[in-house]
Structure formats: structure tokens, C-alpha cells
Write a protein that binds this ligand. Structure first.
Ligand SMILES: CC(C)(COP(=O)(O)OP(=O)(O)OC[C@H]1O[C@@H](n2cnc3c(N)ncnc32)[C@H](O)[C@@H]1OP(=O)(O)O)[C@@H](O)C(=O)NCCC(=O)NCCS
Length: 200
């Protein structure tokens, strides 16, 4: 389990997805995608996905130790979402393909999407992925910006890829050599500093 922590905050938890997370994941999924995956897809990935990696991001367990903005949002929000984001990847030879990534709408715009993307890339590199690939809707400028900022490059278009006929942009990051991993590590540290969780 990976935890982000600074002297003044309890950790945000980035850890493998478990079956008990699925309800929280589905709450985010339904608010994030026009054609949400069914619960069974997540259950299948968790139970049988030997070639896939799925992670969730959880709030710090102890509110009084959480960063100030976590405490503020908790006070404002009606309920505390148990899971505030997730990311999934399929491992292929020399490559990890990002199949899903989302942050709870209430928690967007604070660097958490960039954080889980960078954590997922680190994990994929440990599994010897040299390239990270993904598809993103042609209209999804927020996600495209996120990927471009992290260093993904546009590699092509798949016409009519999505169920409603929208095109997919194909994007790729890599090769994940030493210099590239150091560059990504620096962005992760900057992102953690912005979120307020400091070094691991
Ligand atoms: C895409 C998503 C995961 C980003 O999560 P997030 O936590 O809001 O993103 P972050 O706060 O880490 O922002 C990372 C970058 O994304 C871009 N971004 C985030 N919110 C944005 C907005 N409202 N407008 C434009 N760009 C935005 C920026 O480039 C930002 O970097 P910056 O803050 O340094 O400028 C989130 O918007 C989401 O869950 N969307 C719905 C699901 C989805 O579209 N998934 C992608 C499928 S391919």
C-alpha cells in the first residue's frame, strides 16, 4: 500500500481496488462516464484480472490530521465518499494501457487526477511497462490536458471508437527510461506539494 504523507497530514491512500470498494467506485463511475462500466466488470477485474492493475484513492482515515481542504470539504459535503478516485490498467507486453481513470466530481481540480495517474505509471513501470497508452474522447479536453501535461503525446485517431460514435484520440507516454521516470517523479512531487500530502 502506498501512502502520501507530510508532517502535518495523515496519508491519502493509494492501494489496489478491493471488492468492497465497488459501491464507491460505481458512484463515481456513474457521474463520470456517459456509458458507465457495470459493477460486474470491476468485480471481474478484481477477481480474475491477472493482467490488469486497478487502484483506488482513499481519504486519510483520521479527519483531524487531514489537510485543511479535506477537513473543509468534509464539513461541507453531505457524506464522505469512501473512495475518491480510481485508475485501471491492462498490462500488455512492454506496455500498460489505461482503461479507466476518474476522480469524484466533488474532489476534482485539486491535483488528485494527476496524482493517481502518476502513481499508476510508477506501478506500471514496476511491471516493466515501457510505454503507457490510452484512448480519450475527442471532446474530453480536461483529460487531454491532464495527459499532455504529464507528457503523453497524440499518436492517432480511432474514428467512431465510442458507443455513441465519437472519435477516440490515441495517446502514448514513454519510453519509460531512467530520465523519463525522474521527470515524472519530479511532477509527482510537485503535485503532492500542491495537494498538501508531501513526500512519501
Ligand atoms: C480527468 C479527471 C480524472 C481529472 O481529475 P482532476 O483531479 O480534476 O484533475 P487534476 O486536478 O489533477 O488536474 C490535472 C490537470 O487536468 C487539467 N484540468 C483539470 N481540471 C480542468 C478544467 N476544469 N479545465 C481544464 N483543464 C483541467 C489541467 O491540465 C490540470 O492541470 P493543472 O491544474 O496543473 O492545470 C477528472 O476530470 C474526471 O474524473 N473526469 C471524468 C472521467 C474522465 O473523463 N476520465 C478520463 C477518461 S479518458
Amino acid at each position: 500500500m502506498d501512502t502520501g504523507m507530510s508532517s502535518e497530514s495523515a496519508p491519502l491512500v493509494f492501494r489496489p481496488m478491493r471488492e468492497e470498494d465497488i459501491a464507491g467506485v460505481m458512484e463515481i463511475e456513474r457521474q463520470s462516464f456517459p456509458f458507465p462500466w457495470p459493477e460486474s466488470a470491476y468485480r471481474h477485474e478484481i477477481r480474475y484480472g491477472t493482467d490488469s492493475l486497478f487502484y483506488v484513492l482513499e481519504l486519510p482515515p483520521e479527519p483531524s490530521l487531514a489537510p485543511w481542504w479535506v477537513r473543509l470539504l468534509r464539513r461541507r459535503g453531505p457524506t464522505r465518499p469512501p473512495v475518491i478516485g480510481y485508475v485501471g490498467m491492462r498490462l500488455l507486453p512492454g506496455e500498460a494501457h489505461i482503461t479507466t481513470i476518474a476522480i469524484h466530481p466533488q474532489w476534482r481540480g485539486r491535483g488528485l487526477g494527476k496524482y493517481i495517474l502518476l502513481k499508476a505509471i510508477e506501478r506500471a513501470a514496476r511491471y516493466h511497462a515501457r510505454w503507457i497508452t490510452l484512448e480519450v474522447r475527442a471532446s474530453n479536453q480536461v483529460a487531454q490536458r491532464l495527459y499532455t501535461e504529464v507528457g503523453f503525446r497524440f499518436t492517432g485517431v480511432q474514428r467512431g471508437y465510442y458507443r455513441d460514435g465519437e472519435d477516440a484520440w490515441l495517446m502514448r507516454l514513454g519510453p519509460l527510461d531512467r530520465a523519463e521516470m525522474e521527470r515524472l517523479e519530479k511532477i509527482r512531487q510537485e503535485t503532492e506539494a500542491r495537494i498538501g500530502i508531501g513526500d512519501l
